[in-house]
Design a protein around this ligand. Structure first.
Ligand code: DLL
Length: 433
């Protein structure tokens, strides 16, 4: 199957924009009338639904922030009665109260359809066995992928996270062809498989990875594809948008954001000025059809750029490039802005080091001090101090070029840094403790 829904996926861009405008108008009137939260926000901003006369007028509407969800915990922003709610998910909230997302039946349907389109776009369908190794439960990854994969006719193997050896046995016994998990969990799986004497590349049928929920780089993708013998596709979403929503197609050049479901703005994070196609900035997302927890101009905080030209796969919906950081993840090291995920790319270009790293930030006297702990590969790990020093120098040099700031590097034994089953946590900032 080439498309899940060609009528939508190949819709001419002008028609997508017309549809978006119609959906926006309806959404704004509905929320002005039925949502006390949005009604008050619009009044405070001095905007009335009648002021929305074009798609660009979306910029007149007020923003929504993650803190709005926390401040209105658990469900004060919901625009659905209990009778209409069919599911909750709860995001873990590492920095405060968790946030709760409610879904109506239509919300679940749109979420499933969005993923069904994405899965077909990267070649998944009947005959595939998709191992879903995202967490099932309050996290959106497991159930989201599960329903999307069933919709396209794939066979789902709902392993969730953990029990990695068993996952690898099942992968072999049930002939898994595709896996959905975080990139860091797939790395961990590859290592555990090798310890079990299994090469994922040669001893399994795995050919596709649907990887996301955390930042990863093109270099890491290239390395995993080569090592594991797969094609690795980026998948993106957040709990507030429903969960995993948008997936890369076989062109592997950004994930398609379905215009009938979402409208994306890219803006300067400081001034809020709109940025053009190809310019990197903060993503602001409006979900055009969400019912229970509507999202207008949600400032997600992720940084990327948009390509709105028609994709070589034939799909007309804009593509968002790989996320290059989060506005609030930025570390300021001696006045220089550093995004932790900028570290990954240079490391992945050095064959002597593995793919695992940990950043530790401290303040020594008045100065910030950034230490990057990097695992050396088994092959490069040696007793010769001069060899290790040469590798360390190389890593320091590459990192300094990429980050524009000098960092200390400590080489550590293969397998000694923490491994992650869910999202990786690679930064310890002791300045905040
Ligand atoms: O991580 C939803 C998800 C599940 C996406 C499975 C993909 C696959 P949250 O837990 O709410 O939801 O976290 C959302 O994770 O704002 C990004 O900062 C980050 N993130 C998600 N996908 C990617 C990705 C899920 N492909 C937050 N690349 C987002 C980079 C990602 N960061």
């Amino acid at each position: 199957m080439r498309y899940f829904d060609p009528r939508i996926e190949e819709m001419p861009p002008e028609d997508i924009r017309k549809l978006q405008y119609r959906l926006l108008k309806t959404l704004v009137y509905r929320l002005y009338s039925f949502s006390p939260f949005y009604h008050d926000r619009m009044r405070e901003t001095g905007v009335h639904p009648d002021d929305i006369q074009s798609l660009e007028d979306i910029r007149k509407l007020p923003y929504m922030y993650k803190s709005d969800l926390r401040d209105n915990y658990p469900d004060k922003i919901f625009v659905a009665t209990q009778d209409d709610l069919v599911r909750y998910h709860v995001s873990s909230g590492t920095t405060g109260k968790p946030t709760v997302v409610g879904y109506t039946r239509n919300d679940l349907e749109n979420w499933t359809v969005s993923l069904a389109r994405g899965l077909v776009s990267c070649g998944i369908g009947r005959g595939d066995v998709l191992q879903v190794s995202y967490g099932y439960g309050l996290f959106t990854g497991g159930l989201g992928l599960h329903y999307g994969a069933e919709r396209v006719g794939a066979t789902v193997l709902p392993t969730s996270v953990g029990n990695t050896e068993r996952q690898i046995e099942l992968m072999q016994d049930l002939h898994t062809t595709a896996i959905a998990c975080t990139p860091s969990y797939l790395l961990h799986m590859g290592e555990v498989a090798e310890k079990m004497g299994v090469s994922i590349r040669d001893d399994t049928d795995l050919r596709t990875g649907i990887l996301g929920a955390e930042p990863w780089s093109d270099a890491m993708k290239a390395r995993m594809e080569e090592w594991l013998g797969i094609r690795a596709y980026d998948i993106y979403g957040t709990s507030e948008l429903s969960g995993p929503m948008f997936c890369e197609c076989t062109a592997q050049n950004g994930f398609h954001v379905w215009g009938d479901l979402a409208y994306i703005e890219i803006q300067d994070p400081k001034t809020g000025d709109p940025l053009g196609a190809g310019e990197k900035g903060e993503m602001v997302v409006t979900m055009l059809q969400k019912e229970a927890l509507p999202m207008i101009r949600f400032r997600i905080g992720d940084i990327s750029s948009v390509d709105d030209t028609v994709c070589s796969c034939g799909r007309t919906h804009p593509r968002v490039m790989r996320i290059s950081g989060r506005v609030d993840d930025m570390l300021i090291i001696r006045g220089i802005n550093v995004f932790p995920c900028q570290t990954e790319y240079p490391l992945n270009t050095i064959p002597e080091v593995g793919q695992h790293f940990m950043i530790e930030v401290d303040r020594k006297g008045a100065l910030d001090d950034m230490l990057v702990k990097v695992e050396v590969t088994k092959e490069a790990f040696s007793d010769r101090i001069t060899d290790l020093m040469a590798i360390r120098k190389k890593v320091e040099h590459r990192l300094r070029n990429a980050l524009n700031v000098a960092v200390d590097v400590e080489l550590v034994e293969p397998g000694s840094l923490p491994r992650f089953e869910g999202k990786a946590k690679r930064v310890i900032d002791r300045r905040k403790l």
